[in-house]
Design a protein around this ligand. Structure first.
Ligand SMILES: [Zn+2]
Ligand SMILES: [Zn+2]
Length: 181
């Protein structure tokens, strides 16, 4: 019997909450520090011309502070994201820091590899989009019993071939996900 795994465990579409939790605390602290530093630069360090408008200075300080803070958060995100995709953290952090104006981050988001996860059965690194482990045939996502395309666990019928999914017994097996045979 093919064994099942909870689809939540290896959900390729992570929720926004999960993505936000990826941002490490050092980058949040760095972001706050950079924001405060920009306020300091615009209000204390830069020379105050006689008739300069205060609202303009506030706006510039806010804009630059937000920009640098976002950059710090982005770096934090990339530093975690590279690891779950099996990419080189050192190389990509360098690319993001060196290429100016966030171009490095854009390049990163265009070239990044799919998220890797481990097969719960044999710990092979597998692409999150796989339905079966390439090494041990462990089933990691619910599929149609007839056409073997991916289905949602809440689906009653396959969206591709119309197969009655209840016949596969998939929902029950997904709940227990153990080889009880
Ligand atoms: Zn496996
Ligand atoms: Zn089907």
């Amino acid at each position: 019997m093919i064994r099942w795994w909870s689809s939540r465990q290896i959900d390729p579409v992570a929720s926004t909450d999960d993505e936000l939790r990826m941002i490490p605390s050092w980058s949040v602290i760095l972001a706050a520090g950079l924001f405060i530093a920009m306020q300091y630069v615009f209000h204390v360090v830069m020379p105050h011309h006689k008739h300069e408008l205060l609202p303009l200075r506030l706006m510039m300080g806010y804009a630059w502070g937000t920009l640098w803070a976002s950059y710090a958060l982005l770096l934090g995100y990339v530093s975690r994201d590279v690891k779950r995709r099996g990419m080189s953290p050192g190389l990509w952090m360098l690319v993001c820091v060196i290429l100016p104006g966030g171009i490095g981050a854009v390049v990163y988001f265009m070239l990044r590899q799919p998220i890797l996860s481990k097969c719960p059965n044999c710990t092979t690194s597998v692409d999150a989009s796989y339905h079966f482990c390439p090494q041990c045939q462990f089933q990691m996502a619910p599929v149609c019993g007839t056409c073997h395309r991916g289905v949602k666990i809440t689906d009653a019928f396959c969206t591709q071939c119309g197969h009655d999914l209840a016949v596969d017994g998939a929902p029950q097996r997904l709940r227990v996900y153990s080889d009880s045979d």
